[in-house]
Write a new protein. Structure first.
Length: 187
């Protein structure tokens, strides 16, 4: 191992510390599981950049209207959400799970719609939708609605998108470390 001393060593250590502080902290996955059609949940801790929320619904004892709400808070440094949903849509004459008319919306604390999913199509017996858009720090309600014709299987995940500046600073810090490493081997 090569030892680095003097100004270069101090600069390299400072750059490495900068990169470590700008890199996203350990991203958390928050899972909410529902086994009934009508349910609510509240996440106790705010989302940080890179965190993911997973809604996992499996209902085998009920049919009828689906209405599920999850209240969550986005922390600072978040500029958007990106998400995907999939739910089973067995044929109408079949026996498997069938959930129809699904809609996933995100409302702010004043109950104003801020994001809504977009239907992407059906693949392998699963309907798929996406949700992407700008959103800032605050408290929000994710609301999933639809109609359970038979058993219900719905999976949805959203991830918090960090400010673009965090990535720029991270890349700049990595560039500085790379430059210093190159200079170390050239000198």
């Amino acid at each position: 191992m090569v030892e680095i001393s003097g100004f270069k060593g101090a600069t390299l250590a400072a750059a490495a510390a900068l990169v470590a502080t700008l890199a996203p902290a350990h991203a958390a996955t928050k899972v909410v599981e529902f086994n009934v059609l009508n349910a609510t949940a509240m996440l106790p801790t705010p989302f940080a950049a890179g965190d993911t929320l997973i809604l996992d619904t499996t209902v085998t004892q009920e049919t009828g209207p689906l209405s599920q709400t999850i209240t969550f808070t986005l922390g600072g440094g978040i500029t958007g959400l990106t998400g995907r949903a999939a739910w089973e849509v067995s044929p109408a004459a079949g026996l498997g799970p069938r959930l129809i008319g699904v809609n996933i919306d995100i409302f702010n604390a004043a109950n104003t719609l801020v994001l809504s999913d977009t239907f992407a199509g059906v693949l392998g017996g699963f309907a798929i939708s996406t949700l992407n858009g700008p959103i800032g720090p605050g408290t929000y309600h994710l609301v999933a609605t639809g109609t359970a014709v038979r058993d219900t299987v719905l999976d949805f995940s959203i991830s918090a998108v960090p400010e673009p500046g965090n990535y720029s600073m991270l890349l700049a810090g990595l560039g500085v470390v790379g430059l210093l490493m190159r200079r170390r081997y050239v000198d």
